[in-house]
Design a protein around this ligand. Sequence first.
Ligand code: NAD
Length: 257
Amino acid sequence: MQRVSGKTCIITGAAVGIGRACALRLAQEGARVALFDVLDEQGRALESELRDAGHEVAYWHVDVADEAMVRTAIDEVAARFGGVHVLVNNAGIAGANKPTHELTEAEWDRVQAVNVKGVFFCTKHAIPHMRRAGHGSIINLSSIYGLVGGADVPPYHAAKGAVRLMSKTDAMYYAPERIRVNSVHPGYIRTPMVEHHLRDSGATDIEAACRDVGLLHPLGHMGEPDDIAWGVVYLASDESRFVTGSELVIDGGYTAR
Ligand code: NAD
């Protein structure tokens, strides 16, 4: 199927995990894909893999917390591919896993810089191109941690809550210009971020830790990156043309209680 044929999609944090799965599925569904990341080796490997499979793709080294870098790269994507139609604000970090009273200002700020300011910068500089195109879809990766609390990673919860409401506000602002903005709220998905988080929390047997975390979800297991990528394909495509300001929860039932 060619569900996003003719669209140019920027995916931030595209080198591994959920971003990589989004890039693969969007390309497979006919999009031109622009990969942004700071992990150049993995990013360029994915670029080669997609190019060899016949897709239009390019990789940019972009730290989403650096506005100048973001602006330059987005303008280059538009020049190279003839526009920007979809932005997947996926890049994110878990940050320090400490209770609030032990966190430093720098630890707090870094999470907000990547997870919140990164979404702001990318959105800010993609909007002019979407206006020019006359439509657009912005997909912001929030989390179950942007919907409910949990006794871990306080700066991450704050950031993902912010992303949830930034999405709704931008959805309101840009709806008259046919630019849609939605948030996606994954449960635990097995990626490098989650494996790192589990190790950080003291797990020595990662398989056992993944099984235990999986049991927090009524469906009984953790998700896979593709479970999120299919939701992103839907929001990127015209199948979701009447969907804006919404929260797509893909969490195996975690927040259904
Ligand atoms: P990951 O750590 O496996 O991959 C994140 C990617 O983002 C990496 O390629 C990393 O290099 C990139 N990145 C980090 N900082 C960056 C920066 N400053 N500029 C550009 N790229 C940067 O993470 P993931 O699990 O795939 O998560 C992707 C998104 O989904 C994140 O926003 C995360 O918060 C969110 N999320 C993940 C889960 C989960 O369980 N995995 C659950 C809910 C939400």
